[in-house]
Ligand binder design. Structure first.
Ligand code: NAD
Length: 478
């Protein structure tokens, strides 16, 4: 085992998975523990040659895999879920060490990945009869696309890999999976574990940098890209995929509004709103990123949220007391600090937080800001960190207009003591998912994805699964 200069042993027990073989490579990636800011592991880094091999393997495996039945694939996906649960403890510890989130949330991420996988594999994709009359019988069949390239971000590496991976496999496709270079390790271990479940070549896992992601989008023998990440990269993926007319699902960033109506009870909702904003230290695509509160309860809500922030324990995710871990990487840490500075410069008032401790680690305490200029970066950009504005409104129409005044459209929520009133207002949010009295609730049976620039297509449910399939009309004259 290699050692760093400060004598911390560096793990290197990681491999790529290509065609059923665990492989090393000539170059490697260094992985940093965000709670310490130090390298704690290295892993092999794939380049163009490994990508070509992985795509060839996936293409070769597709011939047999596509002819297996849904039932056969469902059985293997059940085994995938079993393997996740059997290895949950050490996988969760590795996930926390590379990603930063509290251990209990890593355990929950793996648990949820297993449950979502099993859920997706119960969804039926039947042949649909469109017309059946004296002249003809016309059916709609769905067939797999081929090789799916899956590209994931660093905020929830296990969940965001399993959603597209299980969608691809269950619908009869094979896969090449590339995690973020910031968090490749748990995904590589997942590949190792799943190699004992699936036939060689069905799943291939390559760690690599942004250039490997780009090469996947350009590869002529990949049929579909499932990408989860930022809006800016999503646009590059779509443009690049156009050259080969790849099918594309894009799960992108959000700037989710929560509208608190005048009839809500601030004490009853503060905890839910706090954690929907700050879980994973705000590094969640569908976290609440702007809170619009009616003037009649604004002060009381601010007070209740400040109390939650003061109670939240920030620290290393490996400490069982920790509720909020560090920012996952230095680039994102500096971006959030930059937005915080910009917010202060624009004259906003910091209600709680704002003082960033000296290192080591990329820690920012939960920070709530008010008296914010609506055109400042904290309102218009996706902060993706633990700094959240609370904005006052007096007229509900104005609040809805401000909530919708963005190119983002991932999700949003309405908080009220009258759920039917909430439903009517939720329906006016320009988003993929609008919740009432909750935020961040998703399911294998419910489509998730973004409106506007927050996405393209959906993940989960029959709608999501059909995004991994080509509809084919079979039209028979009678
Ligand atoms: P990112 O776009 O920087 O990177 C995501 C992945 O894309 C990484 O694996 C990266 O290596 C790869 N990549 C980079 N450049 C590429 C290119 N030109 N072509 C192909 N691949 C390329 O995103 P990030 O910083 O890792 O993740 C944070 C973002 O992800 C946030 O905006 C967040 O909201 C979003 N996100 C969205 C969802 C969702 O379901 N909608 C879920 C989680 C995160």
């Amino acid at each position: 085992m290699a050692e760093r200069a400060d004598n911390v042993p560096v793990r290197s027990d990681f491999s790529l998975l290509i065609d059923g073989e665990l492989r090393s490579s000539s170059t490697s990636l260094e992985v940093i523990n965000p709670a310490t800011g130090s390298v704690f592991a290295t892993c092999p880094k794939a380049g163009d040659a490994e990508l070509d091999e992985a795509v060839r393997a996936a293409r070769a495996a597709f011939t047999e895999w596509r002819s297996t039945s849904y039932e056969e694939r469902r059985v293997l996906i059940g085994q995938l879920a079993d393997v996740l649960r059997a290895n949950q403890d050490w996988l969760a510890e590795l996930l926390t060490t590379e990603q930063g989130k509290p251990l209990s949330q890593s355990v929950a991420e793996i648990d949820r990945g297993a449950a979502q996988s099993e859920g997706m594999a119960t969804i039926e994709i039947p042949v649909e009869t469109l017309i059946d009359n004296e002249q003809s019988n016309i059916e709609l069949h769905y067939r797999p696309l081929g090789v799916v390239g899956i590209i994931t971000p660093w905020n929830a590496p296990v969940n965001l890999a399993l959603g597209p991976l299980v969608s691809a496999l269950y619908t009869g496709n094979t896969a090449v999976l590339k995690p973020s270079p910031y968090t490749p390790l748990t995904t590589l271990k997942l590949g190792e574990l799943l190699n004992d479940v699936f036939p060689a070549g069905v799943i291939n896992v390559l760690a690599g940098g942004d250039e490997l992601g780009q090469a996947m989008t350009e590869h002529p023998d990949i049929d579909k890209i499932s990408f989860t990440g930022s809006v800016a990269t999503g646009k590059k993926v779509l443009a690049s995929a156009a050259a080969t007319l790849k099918r594309v699902t894009l799960e992108l960033g959000g700037n989710d509004p929560a509208i608190i109506l005048d009839d809500a009870d601030p004490q009853a909702i503060a905890k839910k709103i706090f954690f929907a904003s700050f879980v994973n230290s705000g590094q969640v695509c569908m976290a609440i990123k702007r809170i619009y509160a009616h003037e009649s309860l604004y002060d009381e809500l601010c007070e209740a949220l400040v109390a939650e922030a003061k109670n939240a324990k920030v620290g290393s995710g490996l400490d069982p007391e920790t509720q909020l871990g560090p920012i996952q990487n230095k680039m994102q840490y500096e971006k959030v600090l930059d937005i915080l500075e910009d917010t202060k410069d624009a004259g906003a008032r910091i209600l709680v937080g704002g003082d960033v401790p000296d290192g080591p680690g990329y820690f920012i305490p939960p920070t709530l800001v008010t008296d914010v200029d609506e055109t400042s970066r904290i309102v218009t950009e996706e902060q993706f960190g633990p700094v959240v504005p609370i904005l006052k409104y007096s007229d509900l129409e104005d609040a809805i207009a401000r909530a919708n005044d963005t190119r983002y459209g991932l999700s949003g929520s309405v908080w009220t003591s009258d759920p039917e009133r909430g439903r009517a207002i939720a329906a006016r949010l320009e988003v993929g998912t609008a919740w009432v009295n909750q935020h961040r609730a998703t399911s294998a049976f419910v489509p998730f994805g973004g409106a506007k620039e927050s996405g393209y297509g959906r993940q989960y449910s029959a709608i999501g699964l059909k995004g991994y399939m080509e509809p084919e009309v079979i039209s028979v004259a009678k």
